[in-house]
Design a protein around this ligand. Structure first.
Ligand code: SF4
Length: 242
């Protein structure tokens, strides 16, 4: 069979169809393990600021910085117009405050300049590709941050890829060993079962934190062994492809 013969009526290759099936199996197993996750839905501007704060730090530090920022300033307009050193001081627990403070203010200024107000709900009416393009045109906003805003604020079919998701999807063989985190967003959008973007995203992260650790994955208690490329190589004494 030639490669061309292997393309289904949907335009999908057998190889990709198999990966989609595998993604569904993984989603179902993680759902059995962790159930339906819950998350707090913020408005778009608040989520954007929160995700800028979350860059290169953990959730605890992000939350502390976000709470301090909101306690110091009653509105996002006040954050936008404040002396930058006061914003930097408020968000210091998130780390890289000297970068994140000006980045947040520049994003707020850009939104105001384009929308006439601090509101990005117009993203709800845009196709996801246009929303991603607009968000990533803001300095300091990459595909992960943009995807978080679109998925969790506007229920768009986006799939944010953080360090846990990049590691797990690589080990499981959903993405290739040379695929970067930024490239993985598009692949995971296509592989994720419909309408399960948020659930799949959060449950993979949880599995990365609790079982599939970066240094020593606890494969012996993992329900994904039979669909995991990393486990297959380790179990058979082979070196894992990189
Ligand atoms: S089998 Fe091991 S490497 Fe594979 S997903 Fe589970 S914990 Fe991670």
């Amino acid at each position: 069979m030639t490669r061309r013969d292997d393309i289904h009526e949907t335009g999908e290759t057998s190889e990709f169809a198999a990966l989609r099936l595998k993604a569904r199996v993984i989603h179902n197993r993680l759902f059995m393990l962790y159930g339906e996750p819950r998350w707090t839905k913020l408005d778009g501007v608040s989520e954007l600021v929160s995700t800028i704060l979350s860059q290169n730090t953990n959730d605890g530090n992000r939350d502390l910085a976000y709470t301090r920022l909101r306690a110091r300033f009653a509105t996002w307009e006040l954050v936008r117009d404040a002396p930058t050193d006061i914003v930097i001081d408020a968000i210091r627990p998130a780390g890289l405050a000297n970068q994140k403070g000006p980045r947040i203010q520049a994003a707020l200024q850009r939104i105001t300049a384009e929308q006439g107000k601090l509101n990005i709900d117009f993203l709800a009416d845009l196709p996801v590709e246009d929303g991603l393009a607009w968000l990533t045109s803001i300095n300091g906003i990459g595909p992960k941050t943009a995807s978080i805003v679109l998925l969790f604020c506007y229920d768009k079919p986006a799939f944010p890829v953080d360090t846990h998701i990049h590691r797990l999807t690589g080990r499981l063989g959903l993405i290739g060993p040379k695929v970067s985190a930024d490239q993985a967003h598009d692949i995971m959008v296509k592989l994720c079962p419909d309408h399960q973007y948020g659930t799949f995203h959060i449950n993979i992260i949880r599995h990365g934190r609790e079982v599939c650790h970066a240094r020593s994955p606890e494969c012996e208690r993992c329900p994904l062994q039979d669909v995991c490329v990393y486990f297959h190589y380790q179990y058979n004494g082979l070196s894992v492809p990189r």
